[in-house]
Design a protein around this ligand. Structure first.
Ligand SMILES: *Cc1c(COP(=O)(O)O)cnc(C)c1O
Length: 456
């Protein structure tokens, strides 16, 4: 089909939305390594996991053989409020760059939470409700996950307790208010509502908090009250499964016009949006049906893939969560403050880690100033103010398009635009004032935290 027939936005109809999630693990020859009990170092059983997570989600977490898992109709109905999301042909960006490349982006920012995280939040809330639970607990750093979960819980009438890293609670009052509007209770962490919070407050009075500490508090509350379970917004296999809706829609939209991407790009924090976006494409690659270049983009200040070690590590700084085998900078690694809060995680999805280890995808890191330059360029021509996290993918997409300009190749590039940046204007202000910098860890810093990895 000739190029000028492809619209700016390729939408699917509601009937064309996927009715099942795709579980990429089913088609992996080398499966991701199992989660281990932090005490015994043995693979965690469904029974053990069910004390922390909802039963159906435990099943999904451990299932690496079922390729398609039906999306319950209640979740599909909710998805219809904001999905299918558009696949946009970035004609204006192509024009601006004067590149022969064809650029598409899948836009996930079209809901109040402003990111893709709602795709998994609604699934997790649904299974909690179905199990008859009273509510769920979670942590949030930058606030996108907490916001998405609050929306999902209010839809199903579940109680939602969010432990929000204290410094974000104070610096991002607007996100906090969105969560409260949806009925969540938002507690600055560390708090005096948990044993671990009280201990940390006693040892470090005046601390700003950390994601690891907020996780520990949320897990403690969930494990002490039988009516509650803990939920997590990234990293886990179940979250990648739910996010496969992004990739399935992208593939269906491309197939409608007979478009075959050459390069697929996504930002990588814990790996959920990237894992979801690439799922059906990677599936084809694993089965030898097609080939794609797949690129994960991470911040230079928190380079888990590009400078981390593939090993078992704790998912939290408090070292109470299960051990996952992943590319990690070490759970004691403290990334420098970075405006892409959603990418400041020391580890990475174990599914993506295995694929990267097996040479099936690439990774690169980019520095913060170049990320905001790409964000500005994109915003000015495409009209969307991108989230700092998403702008990592924009950076790589622009760089690949500029390479095409040099070689004259008309490659097709697809990237994930995971969200909007309306709550990140402090970061944009820093950039606009020329005050943005980046702190890249030294080899010594990474070696020191990697040296503390648990010995398995
Ligand atoms: C949380 C977040 C990310 C990173 O999380 P992943 O699990 O790696 O996808 C990226 N973009 C936005 C907008 C986010 O909110």
């Amino acid at each position: 089909m000739s190029d000028n027939k492809i619209p700016y936005k390729i939408y699917l109809t509601e009937d064309e939305m996927p009715s099942s999630w795709y579980n990429l693990r089913a088609d992996m020859k080398n499966k991701p390594a199992p989660l281990l009990n932090p005490g015994t170092h043995q693979p965690l059983t469904a029974e053990e996991l069910s004390h922390v997570f909802c039963d159906e989600l435990v099943k999904q977490e451990l299932d690496d053989t079922t390729a398609y898992i039906e999306i319950p109709s209640e979740i599909r109905e909710f998805y219809k409020m904001y999905r299918p999301s558009p696949l946009v042909r970035a004609y204006c960006l192509e024009e601006k760059l004067q590149t022969p490349a064809k650029i598409y982006y899948k836009f996930e920012g079209n809901n109040t939470s402003g990111s893709h995280k709602l795709n998994s939040a609604i699934a997790q809330a649904y299974y909690a409700k179905k199990q008859g639970l009273k509510g769920v607990t979670t942590e949030t750093g930058a606030g996108q996950w907490g916001t998405a979960l609050s929306m999902a819980c209010s839809y199903f009438g579940l109680d939602c307790k969010v432990y929000m890293v204290k410094v974000s609670y104070e610096q991002k009052p607007f996100r906090r208010e969105v969560m409260r509007t949806y009925g969540a209770s938002v507690v600055p962490s560390p708090s005096d509502t948990t044993g671990v919070g009280r201990k940390i407050l006693a040892e470090h009075p005046g601390t700003n908090g950390s994601l690891g500490c907020a996780i520990s508090e949320a897990v403690e509350v969930a494990s002490k009250d039988p009516g509650y379970r803990y939920v997590l917004g990234s990293v886990l296999n179940q979250v990648l499964l739910h996010q496969s809706v992004i990739g399935l829609e992208t593939k269906a939209a491309l197939d409608k016009y007979g478009i075959k991407p050459d390069i697929i790009i996504g930002c990588a924090g814990g790996g959920s949006n990237l894992g979801g976006l690439i799922a059906p494409f990677m599936g084809e690659k694993l089965k030898g049906e097609a080939d794609y270049r797949i690129i994960a983009v991470e911040p230079a200040s928190c380079p888990s893939f590009t400078r981390g070690t593939f090993a078992y590590d704790f998912c939290d700084t408090g070292m109470i969560c299960p051990l996952a085998k992943m590319y990690t900078l070490g759970s004691s690694f403290m990334p420098s403050p970075n405006h892409a809060g959603g990418l400041r995680f020391h580890g990475m999805s174990s599914t993506l880690s295995q694929l990267y280890h097996d040479g099936l995808m690439e990774a690169r890191s980019v520095d913060q100033v170049s990320v905001f330059e790409a964000a500005e360029q994109f915003a000015r021509v495409e009209g969307i103010l991108p989230a700092p996290e998403s702008s990592h993918a924009i950076r790589a997409a622009i760089d690949e398009a500029l390479k095409c300009k040099e070689t004259g190749e008309a490659k097709t590039i697809v990237f994930g635009l995971t969200g909007t940046g309306y709550f990140d204007l402090y970061a944009y202000q820093k950039f606009n004032d020329g005050l943005m910098s980046d702190e890249i860890p030294t080899d010594e810093m990474i070696a020191a935290s990697v040296a503390k990895l648990p010995r398995i």
